[in-house]
Design a protein around this ligand. Structure first.
Ligand code: NAD
Length: 260
């Protein structure tokens, strides 16, 4: 049922966002990619998805710290595809440090990219969804939207905030054929996680190996990383009409982490 729909996925040049963009394209959706990276690599991704799945794939380089660029991203997708039916806020960054040493500029950047950008994407995409009487808003929160870990004050605050935003939007849109849900993954081996391993080792005074074994997979009862394909499949399901009654939910996909 997602065939012929059009989606924006922020932060889809890498990791989970790219996994969702590919799953959407495979299900027949047009996708507007977004995120940073080398222009050649991004163009190669855009072309591969378009050729492989026979859908329209665009790219817009909006910086998620800049509200006016987020507005331009929605406008570009509406012009290119005729509609934005699915708005996925996925772009995110991480920084790990004890709260009293946490740099204020890192706090501001994490709140802007991991939380406020979702507000801006939603407020620009919603009028079109309401006019058409159909829409899907998906916010990539995290297990850290449900539970905390030390040294991630900004990230945990942003992800908890994202779940609150999701619930409010779900209530406001419930009678418009629109759903809003948060996906809460456990650890996925993407550049965002790989980059924090040395910082975690430093903050905790342990080896990088111990970070992977005890800190990262230690919290996940399955002892397995979640995969981008698994998250992509959940996102596609949420876009179907079978998922019309799932709204305002924070859905863990975390190998049992938050069951503990
Ligand atoms: P990643 O580093 O692989 O990808 C992040 C994406 O966001 C990239 O495309 C990057 O270019 C983009 N991005 C970063 N800053 C941006 C900005 N200012 N404007 C536009 N795009 C920007 O990370 P990932 O692990 O795929 O994370 C994706 C989302 O999933 C994040 O919101 C993250 O918090 C969340 N998440 C990740 C994990 C995990 O274990 N990897 C777990 C739970 C939740």
């Amino acid at each position: 049922m997602s065939k012929n729909k059009s989606a924006i996925v922020t932060g889809s040049t890498s990791g989970i966002g790219l996994g969702m963009a590919e799953a959407f394209a495979k299900s027949g959706m047009n996708v507007m990619l977004n995120g940073f990276g080398s222009p050649d690599e991004i163009e190669a991704i855009r072309r591969r998805l378009a050729d492989q799945y026979g859908v329209k794939i665009g790219y817009h380089g909006a910086d998620m710290t800049k509200p006016e660029e987020i507005g331009a991203l929605v406008k570009a997708a509406e012009e290119q595809f005729g509609a934005v039916d699915v708005a996925v806020s996925n772009a995110g960054i991480q920084f790990v440090a004890p709260v009293e040493e946490f740099p204020a500029d890192k706090w501001d950047a994490i709140i802007a990219i991991n939380l406020s950008s979702a507000f801006h994407l939603i407020r620009h995409a919603l009028p079109g969804m309401k006019a058409r009487g159909w829409g899907r808003i998906i916010n990539l929160a995290s297990a850290h939207g449900l539970v905390a870990s030390p040294f991630k004050s900004a990230y945990v605050a942003a992800k908890h905030g994202m779940i609150g935003l999701t619930k409010s939007v779900a209530l406001e849109t419930a009678e418009h054929g629109i759903t809003a849900n948060a996906i809460c993954p456990g650890y996925v081996l993407t550049p965002l996680v790989e980059k924090q391993i040395p910082d975690q080792a430093k903050a905790r005074g342990i080896s990088e190996e111990a970070v992977k074994r005890d800190v990262i997979l230690g919290v996940q009862p399955t002892k397995q990383f979640v995969t981008t394909e698994q998250i992509g499949a959940l996102a596609v399901f949420l876009c179907g009409d079978e998922a019309a009654s799932i709204t305002g939910a924070a859905l863990p996909i975390d190998g049992g982490w938050t069951a503990q």
